[in-house]
Write a protein that binds this ligand. Structure first.
Ligand code: KIV
Length: 271
């Protein structure tokens, strides 16, 4: 495919420069072509093909059921809508935890079959071998610490993580470990803002927060939450920019009324 030289692509190096210059990084999830295209054209820096697809696209209660094949399908769809921003794809539960060889094989499948630019995986010291192996194969890796939804049955709840000193200290150690292992950035999910600030100051790579306060180098939100498609999920950290659930309901009810009353289609809307 010819490279369009006019478009300034966002790379992992761009994100590093943004951290260094103090420009905040914007990241949002997407799972399909149409939304990815809108977000890319709106100017977002990073699109994450999150395993939250398991919840918001497939209706599962957790992120655990989504498969590598399903993540690849979503990532292939997203990539077709992207001209400019960096696309990161989650390695789903079960595709990397067994050992670093399996982790690398899963990461290679994502890069080869989707055209995405990087992968993300959850975990600190337990993920270091896999991060090193994937990075040494030339694949950029984003880390993910704090509330890591693939471990929800270990945590038991989705409450704020690392409020106690021991867990906060471990998170700081993990952040330095994933940085040293080669991660180009790290997501910090649902941890106290002061801890996220300390981590952001201690590591050189960008931190991307979700429920981790305003001092992270960037922010990420799940598109269905911030657009108000999914109205049941109301954590304190979420800012809703639209109420699409109500707007779509009203539009569809309007359409139903027009069909029933024979108002749609009218003479100008037929051949
Ligand atoms: O899967 C996802 O959407 C994520 C974000 C919450 C960071 O990992």
């Amino acid at each position: 495919m010819p490279i369009n030289k006019e478009i300034k692509k966002v790379t992992t190096h761009t994100l590093q420069k943004m951290k260094e210059s103090g420009e905040k990084i914007s990241m949002i999830t997407a799972y399909d072509y149409s939304f990815a295209r809108i977000f890319d054209r709106a100017g977002i820096d990073v699109v994450l093909v999150g395993d939250s697809a398991s919840n918001v696209m497939a209706g599962h209660v957790t992120t655990l059921p989504i498969t590598l094949d399903q993540m690849i399908y979503h990532a292939q769809s997203v990539i077709r809508g992207i001209d400019r921003c960096l696309v990161v794809v989650d390695l789903p539960f079960g595709s990397y935890q067994s050992n670093s060889e399996i982790a690398l094989a899963s990461a290679i499948r994502i890069m080869k079959e989707t055209g995405a630019h990087a992968i993300k995986l959850e975990g600190g010291d337990e993920a270091v071998d896999s991060i090193k192996r994937i990075v040494s194969a030339g694949i950029p890796v984003m880390g993910h610490l704090g509330l890591t939804p693939q471990s929800i049955y270990k945590f038991g709840t989705y409450t704020v993580r690392a409020k106690e000193e021991a867990e906060a200290n471990k998170l700081m150690v993990d952040a330095k470990l994933v940085e040293r292992a080669g991660c180009f950035a790290v997501v910090l999910e649902k941890i106290p803002a002061v801890l996220a600030k300390d981590v952001t100051n201690e590591v050189k790579i960008p931190t991307i927060g979700i429920g981790a306060g305003g001092d992270c180098d960037g922010q990420v939100l799940v598109m269905h939450d911030m657009l108000g498609i999914n109205t049941e999920f109301k954590p304190r950290f979420l800012r809703r920019y639209l109420n699409l659930n109500d707007q779509i309901t009203e539009a569809v009810q309007h359409y139903i009324r027009d069909v029933k009353s024979k108002d749609f289609p009218n003479k100008d809307e037929q051949y």
